[in-house]
Design a protein around this ligand. Structure first.
Ligand code: BGC
Length: 763
């Protein structure tokens, strides 16, 4: 028997070369729900994988499931990605990754199934709580930091769900039909960033189809792009049960099928090799990757390791306080002064029974759970705190009149009411999508009744996906969007309400006025097995900003108990990118974090582009009065668009605009930088328009020369450059010129022009 610790002496290739086909095939399918197959005699231990992502869902024994139905061992429930994203803080995301790794090591888990970095295409996606943002850069940067934090401590990540898993409706079957440019610029960049910058041990393929082909057996996605273009060397694992045809999946580049398929996967592989349908080399290649992963996992395992649950609870509290977003704070109603406030009404069942994480495979059994009611009571020991549940959480349409009346009585007798509202767990989950953005009517009616007797009402929200605020927000002076705050959310909420923490969360997704305004609305959730992503590039703020549509709160928005000023914008460039430097000053009375956001645009681009796209950001903490120059690095390649004519990324030679501000709608400073473009001149042919010919560096002058030479023989001359006739002519195909009776250009002239351009292209 080979000891796994010394197995590295035998390369994975050698190990696999000694195995029979059946043994190799068996390695590429899970042994059970959470483990890969081991071959101890060959020095290949089992790998233990576990959900993920915002805490460890460790299931022992036979009760494994991928839907969050059965229980799991206690683990720290950190705020899910929806909240972590609003911190815009890579360092913090890295610390969460590190803490998760410590818990994994303590439980003997080698690979944690996360992060989820799919784009929030619509606020209706039932799983948005598990994803970071509507923006690919923010998702990719935070995902990268999280993976680095996790893997630096020796636990592998599984970045998921690759790719275009943006809805739960039909998630096993639906085809995300996305044009090439949108796929490259919106749905793949977060994956590209995590893969190239953090080198995750594993990538998990999605359940859905991408442009008609299941992600699990999509060679373009799993091999051409992931490995060919991005240079990925790790292992591709299926989402649980995502494999349809094991042989096709292996050929496409899916290394490991999970969970066990009770022998059917390996049997299919053996038969496919036998019939010549599958090349045995594909089996070898994936078996080698499984062996490499198993040995890496074993080398990093730390039997007997422990973690500090109190320290992790404190970290969960810090992240929750950093991620909650103060949306509105009229007349500085917040923070509350614990010494001055005498009677506080706490209304809403969520204050006592927190809604702190989402439903499905990511559901964690917390090590402990803070509720806001207890935390508020402890925060203001001199005040009288009264509580009323106001509504039942899980029977939203039940009889709530009595609960409402009691809440109104409590609110009427208080100086201030803190009203906890949110989505019941049954409203949003993995496995299905939401149908609307509304809070239950029992809650909005409660809000109306409570604010009628006590206008000094502060709303604290608990929801994994965006809810509509536009119907009621004007009734209240303050709204704290808590998203899902994890197990320490109750304490973090009190920290924020009483000013022990200064709100610093910034929206990672736009809050629209209403569902009908959302970019994917008309094509959601698709039909006959296809979701056509008709809004193209215009996802999230890219759409609202391009349409100048009014929103409730824009991408990047979030208030603080202090204020920040931006001065001295400077952009310096070198060969690979730009250093965008701005001085940020805390102009208020409290220490706090500002999130500096850098957007760029390319006015005058020859392709359609969003008016503003996030290119970098930095979370900076400043003491009152403190000023600090802050530099955000923007890679030159991030200015590129994916050019479908070139089939490549291109930076256009233009004046690119750099906008720096506090949200996509709160731009404080702007400058432009002349950027030298990548050489690209699509070669025009006989079917190209005259406009395309004129735009070409060789073809343009050659055509102008030809037209000048015939100018004299055209009755009345050729149209002037600025005339409508000239613009009309620009739309003609070059070949058409040869047939026009009034222009003496013949087929030979056209042929010669085309040849000239070709010769120039060949050099
Ligand atoms: C989910 C994955 C999860 C897996 C294992 C699937 O249903 O889509 O995100 O990691 O189950 O539980």
């Amino acid at each position: 028997m080979t000891d796994p610790a010394h197995a590295s002496e035998t390369s994975a290739q050698e190990t696999v070369a000694r195995l029979g086909l059946g043994e190799k095939a068996a390695l590429t399918t899970g042994a059970d729900w959470w483990h890969t197959a081991a071959r101890p005699e060959a020095g290949v231990p089992a790998v233990r994988l576990s959900d993920g992502p915002h805490g460890l869902r460790l299931q022992d024994g036979a009760d494994g499931d991928h839907l969050g139905i059965n229980g799991s061992a206690p683990a720290t429930c950190f705020p899910p990605a929806v909240t972590l994203a609003c911190t815009w803080d890579s360092e913090l995301a890295g610390r969460v990754g590190d803490a998760l790794a410590r818990e994994c090591l303590a439980h003997g888990v080698h690979v944690l199934l996360g992060p989820g970095i799919n784009i929030k295409r619509s606020p209706l996606c039932g799983r948005n709580f598990e994803y970071f943002s509507e923006d690919p850069l923010l998702s990719g940067v935070l995902g990268t930091a999280w993976v680095r934090g996790l893997q630096a401590r020796g636990v592998g990540a599984s970045v998921k769900h690759f790719a275009a898993n943006n809805q739960e409706t039909g998630r096993m079957t639906v085809s995300a039909d996305i044009d090439a440019r949108t796929l490259r610029e919106v749905y793949l960049p977060a994956f590209r960033r995590v893969v190239t910058e953090a080198r995750p041990w594993t990538v998990m393929c999605a359940y859905n189809r991408v442009n008609g082909v299941h992600a699990s057996q999509n060679p373009w996605l799993l091999t051409d792009v992931l490995r060919g273009e991005w240079g990925y060397e790790g292992l591709v694992v299926s989402d649980w049960g995502a494999v349809l045809d094991r042989a096709a999946a292996l050929a496409a580049g899916l290394d490991l099928e999970m969970p066990s398929s009770s022998g059917t996967g390996p049997a299919r592989v053996v038969a496919a090799v036998g019939s010549g349908e599958l090349d045995e080399k594909d089996v070898d290649r994936s078996a080698v990757r499984v062996v490499e992963l198993a040995r890496k996992a074993a080398a990093h395992a730390r039997p007997g390791a422990a973690f500090d649950p109190d320290a992790h609870h404190d970290l969960a509290r810090e992240v929750a306080a950093r991620g909650a977003v103060l949306l509105r704070n009229k007349d500085g109603v917040l923070p509350l002064d614990p010494a001055a406030v005498q009677r506080i009404a706490v209304v809403g069942e969520f204050a006592r029974t927190p809604r702190y994480q989402g439903e499905g495979s990511s559901r964690v059994t917390p090590t402990r759970l803070d509720d806001a009611l207890g935390a508020i009571t402890r925060s203001a020991p001199a005040a009288q705190v009264s509580f009323a549940p106001g509504f039942p959480v899980d029977t939203p349409d039940g009889d709530v009149a009595a609960l409402r009346e009691e809440a109104v009585r409590v609110a009427a007798a208080a100086d201030v009411t803190v009203l906890f509202l949110g989505l019941p767990p049954s409203y949003e989950s993995e496995g299905f999508d939401r149908e609307h953005l509304e809070l239950p009517s029992s809650q909005t009616e409660l809000l109306e009744a409570v604010t009628a007797v006590n206008p000094r009402t502060i709303v604290v929200l608990a929801n994994g996906g965006v809810v509509r605020l536009s119907g009621w927000i004007d009734l209240v002076p303050a709204v704290l969007e808590g998203w899902l705050l994890g197990q320490a959310g109750g304490s973090a909420t009190a920290d924020l309400l009483f000013g022990r923490a200064n709100p610093s969360g910034r929206l990672a997704e736009t809050i629209p006025l209403r569902l009908a305004d959302t970019p994917a609305h008309l094509g959601w959730p698709g039909e006959n097995g296809h979701a056509a992503y008709g809004e193209g590039l215009f996802v999230g703020y890219r759409s609202y900003d391009a349409r100048e549509a009014e929103v409730s709160f824009p991408f990047g928005h979030g208030l603080s108990y202090t204020t920040f000023a931006y001065t001295d914008l400077r952009v310096s460039c070198d060969g690979t990118g730009f250093d965008v430097t701005v001085t940020v000053t805390n102009t208020g009375e409290r220490a706090g974090h500002e999130v500096v956001q850098v957007y760029t645009s390319a006015p005058g681009s020859r392709v359609t582009r969003p008016v503003r796209e996030l290119r970098g950001f930095a979370a900076v903490r400043l003491e009152p009065g403190e000023s600090r120059p802050t530099t955000v690095r923007v890679a030159r390649s991030d200015l590129a668009h994916f050019d479908t004519a070139a089939g490549a990324w291109l930076v256009e030679g233009l004046d690119h605009r750099f906008d720096v501000g506090a949200s996509s709608r709160d731009i404080r400073l702007t400058t432009t930088v002349a950027v030298e473009g990548d050489p690209f001149a699509p070669e025009p042919g006989p079917d190209s328009t005259l406009a395309e010919w004129f735009a070409h560096p060789v073809g343009g002058p050659a055509l102008a020369e030809l037209l000048r030479s015939v100018q004299e023989s055209v009755p009345g001359g050729l149209p002037q450059e600025d005339s409508p006739w000239h613009r009309m002519m620009a739309g003609l195909r070059l070949g058409q010129l040869a047939g026009l009776p009034i222009v003496p250009v013949g087929p030979d002239d056209v042929r010669e022009l085309v040849e000239k351009v070709r010769r120039a292209a060949r050099g």
